[in-house]
Design a binder for this molecule. Structure first.
Ligand code: ZN
Length: 582
């Protein structure tokens, strides 16, 4: 199972995955070999304690080291908001988070993990957030790449996603920004800074809901540099405690960040800011302009929602949503033009503040997704984690450009994907040498062209080998059988039978000149050591009897096309029957 996320737009059991798709009454562990978590965002890991502790799953759960470190903190934060503040029941507990995390196995980038005798997984760098990984999942010769969320362009603190040219049977990619070819990064940044600056200039308050780790660091670096350059004095705040936590993890997993951050960290703490100070709840009521970074990112609870409630009724203020919001969240509602928002306590407010959306969330855009497809050369593509209309646009683009099938299944839909099932065959060196040499003698050598070779296919201990028939019979201890076909024709021809034989000899020579043809002193003709033609009759009788006999020495041979390893069985020796038609 790839990822185990929570739907942030629901407050009931619909927020968790519907495990009845996997089994209705059996144990999940009997149906799933393992769970792979790509990164710490709750829409990718939020239902993990529910799955392992409440539904019941005892198998291994794989994630990278940073994800394993940060994931439980976000789960606990979210649990607190849901249970302690909203008073919800039927949710996992702190202890459940702990015992769930005990079942997780941390993996390193490019480390091949053998889950069992058949299943193999390998993580690749995905950018997006600290510790995010794409996974290559392999069983035998079949493989799938699952991207999770990823980013194909490096940002201020992380690098770009990268994957081997591993030609998987299927690439399952997120498609959050399937249509947007986002304007250049610098444009977006300038736009963001201008909006914040204009708003505080007019005395307004700016709220930026963020996730604790990820875009927050990116935007802080950006604002800090701008404030310094423009010599601005308006206070900027960041949710208390989160900076510390973030710093701790960036320091711990410095190898996962980009080179610039790695270099800076040696001299000073990259996330230690001059202009950005820790936020305290009472500041929200302070008069005058300010900028506040607060969690969580989609305004679905916690501090960001509290501040939003206070500030949203004034048109002087502004909220900047720096990323994608899941349907149903307040973030999603205001981005979709809802201006009357109802909160849990039935209190309705009218949103007058300016609502801005800036695509800072580090997902691949259409260009990035195409780039990844080009990079790993999949045989099929599946789009997930996106909106239908946008996916349709992108799937057409993928089909047109790469000529591969592109699927976009709805929730609960089953997709059948045809795959090649190559059967490996060992070819004996002798046979290979013999065939290549004799072919090379005939045609000009063309190393990349596929060649046809003849041999006996032997299956032993469920392994297939192609070898010279004589060798095969020797190994298997089988006596050689010869099957001969004979046919007698009557021909009207004047003169001695040897004269008729001579005529036939010339005819055969003309038609089968490439084969070895011999005529013995008694007039018998042999062709390719297999076909025998005998003419008999009386000198003054016009009717002559012609006996054609041919063997099927190599019996049923198999043609093996080496490039695709597909098998074709056919009878190879049909010279005899051709002679009959001549
Ligand atoms: Zn994410």
């Amino acid at each position: 199972m790839m990822d185990c996320g929570m739907h942030m737009g629901y407050n009931d059991e619909r927020r968790f995955p519907d495990f009845s798709y996997i089994t209705r009454n059996g144990k999940l562990t009997d149906h799933l070999d393992c769970v792979i978590i790509t990164h710490f965002h709750l829409d990718h890991c939020g239902a993990l304690p529910y799955m392992s502790e409440m539904v019941g799953f005892d198998g291994p759960i794989y994630m990278t080291h940073p994800t394993k470190a940060i994931c439980p903190i976000l789960l606990e934060d979210y649990r607190k908001i849901t249970v302690e503040r909203k008073g919800e029941t039927n949710f996992f507990t702190s202890d459940m988070i702990k015992s769930c995390m005990k079942k997780t196995v941390a993996v390193s980038l490019h480390q091949t993990v053998q889950v069992d005798s058949e299943l193999e997984i390998k993580p690749y760098y995905a950018g997006h957030v600290l510790g995010a990984a794409m996974f290559h999942v392999k069983v035998g010769s079949q493989s799938v790449i699952y991207t999770g969320d990823y980013n194909m362009t490096p940002d201020r603190h992380l690098g770009a996603a990268w994957v081997d040219k591993c030609q998987p049977d299927l690439l399952i990619t997120e498609s959050t920004y399937a249509t947007t070819i986002r304007d250049s990064k610098r444009c977006r940044e300038r736009d963001f800074l201008k909006k914040v600056h204009d708003s505080v200039d007019k005395g307004g308050k700016v709220l930026i809901p963020v996730f604790a780790l990820g875009r927050a660091q990116e935007l802080c670096i950006l604002l800090e540099t701008y404030w310094e350059r423009m010599n601005l004095k308006v206070p900027i705040y960041f949710s208390l405690g989160l900076t510390e936590k973030a710093n701790h993890y960036y320091k711990l997993f410095i190898t996962w960040t980009n080179q610039k951050i790695k270099n800076t960290f040696v001299q000073r703490n990259m996330f230690e800011f001059k202009h950005i100070k820790a936020f305290e709840r009472i500041y929200a009521d302070n008069p005058g302009p300010m900028v506040v970074f607060a969690t969580p990112g989609m305004l679905h609870g916690g501090l960001s929602l509290q501040i939003f409630k206070k500030w949203c009724t004034s048109e002087n203020n502004m909220v900047i949503m720096p990323g994608y919001c899941v349907a149903g969240t307040i973030g999603w509602k205001i981005l979709n033009g809802h201006r009357k928002i109802e909160f849990e306590n039935r209190q309705t407010v009218e949103v007058k503040m300016s609502v801005q959306y800036m695509s800072f969330s580090a997902h691949a855009d259409a260009k990035g997704i195409m780039q990844l497809v080009r990079q790993c050369e999949p045989r099929h593509v599946m789009l997930v984690h996106g909106e239908e209309k946008k996916m349709e646009f992108l799937s057409k683009k993928i089909r047109d450009e790469f000529g591969v099938k592109c699927f976009m299944p709805a929730n609960g839909e089953t997709v059948t994907i045809p795959i090649l099932h190559p059967i490996p065959i060992d070819v004996s060196l002798n046979l290979l040498k013999h065939d290549t040499v004799s072919q090379a003698a005939q045609d000009s050598p063309a190393p990349k062209r596929s060649k046809v070779i003849h041999g006996a296919l032997v299956m032993r201990d469920s392994a297939l080998r192609l070898m010279e028939p004589r060798q095969a019979m020797k190994e298997l201890g089988l006596p050689e059988h010869e099957i001969r076909f004979t046919s007698t024709l009557t021909l009207e021809d004047d003169g001695q039978p040897t004269k008729t034989a001579d005529k036939i000899y010339q005819l055969i020579k003309r038609h089968f000149g490439r084969h070895s043809i011999q005529q013995s002193s008694d007039g018998n003709i042999s062709l390719s050591e297999s076909v025998l033609v005998k003419v008999s009759g009386v000198d003054d009788d016009i009717e002559k009897e012609i006996l054609v006999s041919w063997s099927l020495q190599v019996s049923l041979c198999h043609l093996v096309k080496l490039n695709s390893m597909s098998l074709v069985a056919m009878s190879s020796n049909n010279i005899g029957s051709n002679i009959l038609s001549v």
